[in-house]
Design a protein around this ligand. Structure first.
Ligand code: ACO
Length: 323
């Protein structure tokens, strides 16, 4: 059996920071409301003209460097994104060109906030079957381009960033299991009316490209669904709560994260939280959080990590990893 093992992580955040105080000047909200309801204090926002592949490139290079790999070693490139640079070519192809990789398969995956977990699950299968030996898996978003900056219910939540991992063939596990799901019956609770990669002035005027969310309903379903996926993941591996060293959750809302930690009976010291500084970066949030905890020394080789995510679709998923 060929296992897939994460050998390097990397991430990138655009320089510009938008604080809750900045948002107070844009919509009727308050720093207190945002922090109490979501845990978010600030978020990073891409510059005009800075596209998803521009954020993905430095994250990818950092992951390759951490793994001791060159772009020419990569034989599979997957980008999870909800905000591609263009309808086509895929952001993965645009990134492939920026990295100087030629000939490897390169494609995007769209599963909104669960995109990175989906991409990891697909890359794992390529490696398990011998179809790839060194995969670059990236979650990258410029969600600020599809946020309605007049809608206080969503504009305080979403943000931009990128995270990446290098996944290599190994005799040692590695990724223990991945679990991915979707149920399109819930599409209307979290949606964009007319999705598209670029917000042109007309669409800004008529507001059709923007994220729309029935936050309260999404919240309740997210908490229940993530509780179920925790059970499914542990059961499949024959593990218990006590076997998990770190929870690296999708960073949507601190209250959703706390609910999943409670379900796992895991103290918050064992949960990687970046939502306070990064906001909700959709497909980028899990690899961004993973890289943060790897680089600050919390997550160490040999640790058992549970990644989980929930997002528009609805989509949801998890990955159990021996790091
Ligand atoms: N500032 C001040 N007040 C606000 C704001 C704001 N930014 N936003 C909403 N409010 C108001 C509402 O208008 C409402 O007022 P009312 O009672 O007078 O009608 C009140 O606050 C409560 O609104 P709720 O929506 O019930 O607030 P809730 O506690 O549910 O928090 C939130 C909202 C933060 C959006 C929460 O529901 C949430 O996090 N939902 C889940 C988000 C998520 O996980 N999404 C999935 C992943 S994202 C993806 O896939 C792209």
């Amino acid at each position: 059996m060929i296992h897939a093992r994460i050998t390097g992580t990397g991430s990138y955040l655009p320089e510009r920071i938008l604080t809750n105080q900045d948002l107070e000047k844009m919509v009727e909200t308050s720093d207190t409301w945002i922090r109490e309801r979501t845990g978010i204090e600030q978020r990073h926002i891409a510059e005009n003209g800075q596209l998803t592949s521009d954020l993905a490139e430095p994250a990818a290079r950092r992951a390759l460097e951490a793994a001791g790999k060159l772009p020419s070693d990569v034989d599979l490139l997957i980008v999870a994104t909800t905000t591609p640079d263009r309808v086509f070519p895929s952001t993965a192809c645009l990134l492939q060109q920026k990295l100087g990789i030629h000939g490897s398969p390169a494609f995007d995956i769209q599963a909104v906030c669960t995109g990175f977990v989906y991409a990891l699950s697909v890359a794992e299968k390529f490696i398990n079957t011998g179809a790839a030996r060194c995969a670059l898996v990236i979650g990258a978003e410029t969600l600020s381009r599809i946020v309605n900056w007049q809608d206080r219910g969503t504009c305080v939540l979403f943000a931009d960033g990128a995270g990446a991992v290098v996944l290599e063939a190994s005799e040692e596990p590695g990724i223990i299991s991945t679990h991915i799901h979707a149920d399109g019956a819930y599409e209307s609770l979290l949606t964009t009316v007319k999705p598209g990669p670029d917000v042109d002035p007309q669409r800004l005027a008529d507001g059709t490209a923007f994220i729309e969310m029935r936050g309260n309903e999404v919240f309740k379903i997210a908490v229940n669904t993530l509780g179920r996926i925790v059970d499914e993941t542990l059961e499949a591996a024959g593990m218990t709560n006590a076997d998990i060293d770190w929870l690296v959750p999708h960073q949507a809302n601190i209250r959703i994260i706390q609910a999943t930690a409670r379900k796992l009976d895991l103290p918050m010291e064992r949960v990687v939280v970046t939502v306070n500084k990064h906001g909700n970066t959709s497909a980028a949030s899990v690899p961004l959080a993973l890289d943060t905890a790897v680089r600050d020394g919390r997550i160490k080789r040999g640790d058992t990590i549970l990644l989980e995510a929930f997002g528009g679709g609805f989509t949801w998923g998890s990955a159990l990893i021996r790091f």
